[in-house]
Each structure stands twice: as C-alpha cells, then as structure tokens.
Design a protein around this ligand. Structure first.
Ligand code: ADP
Ligand code: MG
Length: 792
C-alpha cells in the first residue's frame, strides 16, 4: 500500500477526502505519515473542527512542524469567517490564526537556524576536504618521483641484460662449433673401430684353426704313447712265457723218469690182476642164474599189485560221490537255518510294533479327550466373538458416518480455503508487479564499471525495493517483490505458485514477462526445462497443476486441461503447435495478410476466447506437456535463425484452460492460465533500426503501449478500454478485465550499458504497480458440466 502511494503524484490538500476513497481515517493518517511527514503536520494545523487549545497543544507536543510555500500562503490569506458583528467569534478565530502564524514563524526561525548550522558544518567539511586533497597531491608527487627513480634503475638493468645476452650468444656459437668438430672425430673413430673389428674377426678364425691342429697333434701323441706302452707290455709277457716254458720242460723230464719207474711196477701188478679175473668169471656165471629166477618172481608180484590198484580206484570214486551228497545236505541245512533266523527276527519286530501301536492308541485317546475339551472352550469363545463382531459392525457404521461427515467438512474446508486464498490475493492486489534482476553475464560489457543496481536494506523496503543509479542519480523503486541476481528459479516460482493455484480454483490468470531483450524474460518464463533447477515458470506451473489436480481428485474433482501456444509477430498470430508449421515464406505472406489461416479472435458471451484454426491439445500427463513445450521451443528457434532472432521480436503466449467438475457436489470451475513472454521492450533509438526491423520495432512498441493503455484504462475504470488496439490485448481481453488476476515480471539487466532501458522498464512497471483492477470473480456454477468443454 505504501509503495503504491509513493509512486503517485502528491494530492492537493482539498482533494484529500475523495482521494483517499474508502480508507478509514485511522489508516489514512498512517498512510500519510509514511508518505510525507509534512502533510500530517499541515492537516493538524489547518484542521477546523478540532478545538484550538487542544490542537495547538498537540502540535507543540509533536515538536517539529514543517510548511510548504503553498501552505504558508494559505495560512496568510486566511481570514476570520465569523459574522461582521460577532466580534467574540471573530476574535477567537483571529487568535487561532495568530497562534498558527506564531507556529509558522517559529518554524521559520528554526529552519533558518538549522540552515546556518548546516552551512557552517558544510564549510568545515569543505576545508577538511581541501586539506585532504592537498595532502593527497603531495603524496602523489612523492610517489611519482619514486616511480621515476625505479624506471631509470629498470632501464639500466635492461642495458646490462642486453650485454649479457650478447655474451651468451657468442658462447653459444663456440659451443656449436665444438659440437660439430666432436661429431666429425666421432665419425672417423667409428670407421677405425669397424676395420679393427673385421681384423679381429679374422685373427679369431685363425686362432680357432690353430687350436684344432694342436688338439689333433695331441691326440696322435697320446695314441703313439699308448702303442709304445702296449709293446713294452707285450715284450715282458713274452719273457715271462719263456720262463714258464723252461720250468715246464724241467718238470716234464722229472715226470718222465717217475713214469718209467711206475711202468715197471705196473707190469708186475698186471699179472696178479689177470689171475683174479679168471676166478671172477666163474662167480659171474652163478650170479646170472640167480638173477633169472628172481625176475620171474618180480613179474608175478607186479600183476598182483595191479589188481589191488584197480580196487583202490573204484573205492575212491565211490567215496567222492558220497562226499558230494554230504555237501549238498549241508548246504540245505544252512539255508533253512538262515530262514529260521530271519523268521525269528521278523516276529520280534512285529511284537515291537504292536507294543508301539498300543502306546500310540493310548496317546491318541488322551489327545482326543483334550481336543473335545478345547472344542467346548472354542464354542464358548465363538459366541463371545460373535457379540464382539456385532459391536464392531456397529462401530464401523458409526465411523463410516463420521467419515462421510468429515469428507463433507473437507469439501467445505476446501471451499473456504479457495475463498481465503482468493482474499489473500485480493489483499495483495489483483495486478501485482515483481521485479527480477538477472546476474551479470560474461558477455556483458560493464563488468568492471560501478554497479548500477542496489537493494535497499531498510526493514520496510527489504525484498521489495530496488535502486537504479544512472549518471550519479539514484532512482528508487518499490514493487510487490524484488528478486535479486541470486534468486533461483524455485524461489521465483514459490512466489507465484498461489496464482497458479488460483487458475485451478477457476480464476483467469495472466503472468507477463516485460523487459528489454536479454534481460531474462525467456529464462524466467521457460528457463532451461532440461535441467531441473533451471526450469522456468511455465514447466513448474504445469507440474504444480498436475500434482494439485491429482490430489484434488481424492475430493471428487476431475480436471480437463487444454493447451495452446502462439506467437504474435508484427500483429500476426502464428500457431506454434501447428503440425504443418508456417515457413518463413508463409510467415511473410501471413504478415501481408494473404495466408490461408486467418487466426481470427472472437469472444463469446461467457467470456471465452476462440481463435480460429489454432491448434489446441488436450493434455492429461506432464510428459505430453513437455513434448509440446519442446515442439513450441523448436518452432520458435526455427523462427529465430530464419527470421533474424524473431523470438525476441515477438510475444509468446502460452495458454492453459482448466475445466474442473466435482461430481459429488455438482460444482464446476473453469480457469485460464496465460503465461506471456513479451517481445523486447527496447526503444527505437537504441536498436537503430531501419526497414523490416523498423516495422518490427514499431509493431512491438505499439502493442506494448496498447497493453499499458489497457491496464491504465482498467485502473481508472474508464468506460472504454482500448482492448482492440492490439492483437495481444484483444486476445487476452477476458483475462485482463475485472475478474482476472494479473502479475507482471519486470526483468532487468544489471549491465551498466543497459541502465537507460532498465530505468524505462522500471518506470513503466512502477506505473502498472500503482493500478488496481476490479475484484476477480471466480467462474463457477453448480450446474452439471456440459460434456463439451467450452474454450476460454
Ligand atoms: P530475454 O528473453 O529477455 O531476451 P533471456 O531470457 O534470453 O532474455 O536471457 C538472456 C541471457 O541471460 C540468457 O543466456 C539467459 O540464460 C541468461 N539469464 C537470464 N536470466 C538469468 C538468470 N536469472 N540466471 C542466469 N542466467 C540468466
Ligand atoms: Mg526471450
């Protein structure tokens, strides 16, 4: 409220009552205190219906009183109004006037004194400044001398360094010569080394041959030595043989003599033996006779023995058969004994299982008894549970009733929320202005110049004030909100998210971005949708709408959303979602009014806008929206290269129509969200345009001034609002009128070279900020929703 008054022209004292409109007296006083302190004092002095004494007393109490020239003149020209003969009253009035005149005079004196004091203090500060200046000048001179000295030193250094450099150069030449000679000698040495190597190789080969000869000679020598030794051995052996032969000869002679002796003895012996032989022959004949008889006896005995042997064999065969039979019997016996063992074992196990079964039967009987007891208990508990169940059922019914109640209350609360939300927005004003200053970019020229944008830090203006300094003059501005260069996209969106909620609640909402080219309008509106932190207002709004429509779905709300995107270039509409996109040629034709598509704008009685031939998409997912945004961005960027940066020369209008219906309450709402990236607002002189550029710039300036005309006409509640003066205002007519909510972002570049344009933008925004447009109406009805959703 205070901000708006700051930007308004001062009101004349007589007009103050009408001018303040419906604002109660208390508030008005407060407003004026904040606005101009002077006004309060004057009204207090001039007040007619307050009794004099108390009035004057209160003025003296309030101490410092100020007057303007007009007020003083008014006071001087004031005359007593009482009747001619009513001297008493006249005197009273006169004394009153005199008192006020006295106060005025006192104020004059005080002002005079303060002026003298100020003059004195200014003189003192001037003197001190001069002293400081002299001092500084002296310092500068001494510094200059010092610098001269250092410069001469440096020059000397440079000369000596040059000399050194020459010396170094000659050294370098010598070194190069040495290096060359060294190289030559190295080559010669390498040649010598090669020839020596060859000789060495030959010598080595000769040495090898000689070595081989030596070894063969050595072998021969060895073999000859061996031969010699073997001959010596042979010789010695022959000598030993000779010795033995000689010994054998002597022994043989001895044996001959002994044999001759034996021969004589043996001849005697032979005679005796011949005698014995004759007697033996007689004995031999007898023995032969005995032998024949014995042979006979032996043959007989042999026959008997054969018979006995046959008997024995038969007996053996019989005994073998018997033994076999015995074996078979034994086997049989073994088998049956095994079977017997198995049977015994089986009967033992059967007995065991029998006893086990008995035990189990006993156990089962016991369990049966326990189970029957339990069943009895369970029966009892079933009846108990049944009664509990009945109780729970009852409780459930109650809870369901309460739930229905709560849901009803929730619906009512939602209604209340919408109402309150709207009241809050109304209190904030239906046309609001936010200012956003973008950061200084590397391309900006004035990086090293003094900053031109400042943010006041007083508690009143914090976050709402911005000061622009141009050629030494400070221009302060106040808006509903000021975002400095550090503000993130998220922070900016947070401030407008309530407006987006309003569109869902059934209001018509327009958000504009205004400012010169390069000030960050497109960044604010669209941002960079591919990086989550840099997404602009459009993608974020859409996300919020989808999320909120989903959560409101729990309360029975069903929403349908339609999206269109268009561009207004040279007062011609261009459909950004059209599948057969207009080429640059078509655009030129469209520009001259010969295109096939007319894009005529019409408004119906319900305040719904229709644009013929415009592509409208029904959207039900965020994915679809982002593909549409991409398509639009692409057709805009195509235009940018082909149409000489047309994107900054055209207005971009994103429109989303939201139709909601609550089947349980039969309520329906129809909201519209318009997000508009305006064309660059720079003035003609700056762009220095001619030809087509001139035409573009004129069209932009015309449509922007038409927009401001519409806003100001609405603010003044004029009968005629010039909506038809531009395509943009005509298109947005239902959303700019009394039942809408409008927000304008004024985008500012901090570049000092843009200070002039920034000042224009800020002034324009300040004028818009001073406006108040009607009270928004929500477009709702309790009729069942027409299945064909109208568009607007
Ligand atoms: P406009 O649409 O007003 O002509 P742009 O949105 O295209 O300006 O911004 C111009 C340049 O400044 C772009 O490169 C953009 O990325 C950058 N820019 C604008 N605002 C910001 C910001 N708040 N933070 C970072 N960069 C920004
Ligand atoms: Mg842009």
């Amino acid at each position: 409220m205070a901000s708006r008054n700051q930007n308004r022209p001062p009101r004349s004292p007589n007009a103050k009552k009408e001018g303040l409109g419906g604002i109660p007296f208390d508030k008005r006083r407060k407003v004026e205190t904040q606005g101009t302190g002077r006004r309060q004092a004057f009204s207090a002095v001039n007040k007619q219906d307050v009794t004099m004494n108390s009035d004057v007393g209160s003025i003296e109490e309030c101490g410092k009183v100020e007057f303007t020239k007009d007020e003083v003149l008014a006071l001087l020209s004031e005359r007593a109004k009482a009747g001619k003969f009513d001297t008493k009253a006249k005197i009273e009035q006169m004394t009153d006037i005199i008192k006020r005149l006295k106060i005025c005079v006192k104020w004059f004196q005080q002002a005079d004194e303060t002026h003298v004091q100020e003059k004195e203090s200014l003189r003192v500060s001037l003197e001190s400044a001069e002293q400081k200046y002299n001092h500084k000048e002296l310092e500068a001179r001494t510094k200059e001398e010092e610098l001269h000295a250092t410069i001469s030193n440096l020059k000397e250094n440079v000369v000596s360094l040059h000399e050194k450099l020459a010396k170094e150069e000659s050294c370098k030449q010598d070194a190069i010569e040495c290096h060359r000679r060294e190289k030559e000698s190295r080559v010669a040495a390498e040649k010598v080394q090669a020839s020596l190597g060859e000789e060495l190789y030959k010598v080595k080969e000769e040495k090898m041959a000689a070595k081989q000869k030596v070894t063969s000679l050595e072998d021969m020598y060895k073999r000859l030595q061996e031969y010699n030794t073997s001959l010596q051995q042979y010789n010695s052996k022959l000598q030993t043989d000779l010795e033995t032969v000689r010994a054998a000869l002597t022994r043989a002679e001895k044996e001959k003599s002994s044999i001759l002796e034996n021969l004589s003895t043996l001849r005697g012996h032979s005679k005796s033996l011949q005698d014995q032989l004759a007697s033996s022959r007689v004995l031999q004949d007898d023995a032969i006779k005995q032998k024949d008889s014995l042979l006979l006896e032996v043959t007989n005995l042999r026959n008997e023995l054969q018979q006995v042997r046959d008997d024995r064999d038969r007996q053996v065969v019989q005994s073998q058969k018997l033994a076999e039979e015995i074996g078979k019997y034994q086997e049989n016996v073994g088998k049956s004994s095994q079977e017997l063992d198995i049977l015994i074992a089986k009967s033992g196990s059967l007995e065991e299982t029998c006893s086990l079964q008995k035990e189990r039967i006993n156990m089962l009987e016991q369990q049966l008894a326990i189970a029957s007891e339990r069943q009895k208990m369970a029966d009892a508990s079933v009846s108990l549970t049944r009664t509990e169940f009945e109780e729970q059922k009852h409780l459930l019914c109650e809870l369901q009733d309460r739930l229905a109640d709560m849901e009803h209350q929730l619906c009512e609360a939602e209604l209340l929320r919408k109402k309150l939300h709207n009241t809050i927005l109304e209190l904030k004003g239906n046309i609001r202005v936010f200012c956003r200053v973008r950061p200084l970019l590397p391309d900006d020229g004035g990086r090293h110049e003094a900053t031109v944008i400042a943010y006041p830090t007083s508690t009143e203006a914090r976050g709402r004030g911005v000061d622009l300094v141009q050629s030494g003059n400070k221009h302060p501005f106040t808006f509903d909100k000021v975002f400095n260069h550090e503000a993130s996209q998220e922070e900016v969106f947070f401030e407008i998210s309530q407006l987006v909620q309003s569109a869902l609640d059934g209001y018509k909402v327009c958000i504009f971005a205004y400012g010169q080219t390069g000030s960050g309008k497109t960044y604010t509106m669209m941002g960079r949708p591919e990086t989550p932190e840099q997404k602009g207002l459009i993608p974020r709004s859409l996300e919020q709408i989808f999320q909120a429509s989903q959560s409101l779905g729990a309360q029975g709300w069903k929403y349908k959303m339609q999206v269109s995107m268009l561009e207004i270039y040279n007062e011609t509409i261009r459909d950004l979602l059209s599948t057969n996109r207009t080429t640059s040629m078509e655009l030129v034709r469209a520009d001259s009014g010969t295109s096939g598509k007319q894009y005529t704008i019409t408004h119906d009685v319900n305040g719904h806008t229709h644009v013929s031939d415009l592509t409208i998409f029904d959207v039900c997912s965020i994915g679809k929206i982002s593909s549409l945004l991409q398509q639009a961005a692409q057709s805009r960027s195509v235009g940018k290269t082909q149409m000489n940066e047309q994107s900054s020369r055209s207005h971009f209008v994103f429109t989303m129509r939201i139709s909601g219906v609550n089947e349980s309450t039969e309520q329906q709402v129809q909201g519209v969200l318009n997000l508009i990236d305006l064309a660059g607002s720079e003035r003609l002189s700056k762009s220095g345009a001619t030809g087509d550029r001139l035409k573009e710039t004129q069209a932009i300036n015309k449509s922007l001034s038409a927009l401001s005309d519409v806003i100001f006409a609405l603010a003044k509640k004029e009968d005629h609002v010039p909506f038809r003066n531009s395509k943009l205002t005509y298109l947005l007519q239902p959303c700019l009128g009394g039942d809408s909510k409008t927000l304008m972002f004024v985008n500012i570049s901090p570049d000092p070279s843009s200070a002039g344009e920034s000042l224009c933008s800020l002034r324009f925004a300040a004028r818009v900020n001073a406006c108040e447009i009607g009270i928004p109406r929500r477009q709702t009805s309790t009729k069942l929703l027409d299945s064909r959703l109208s568009y607007g």
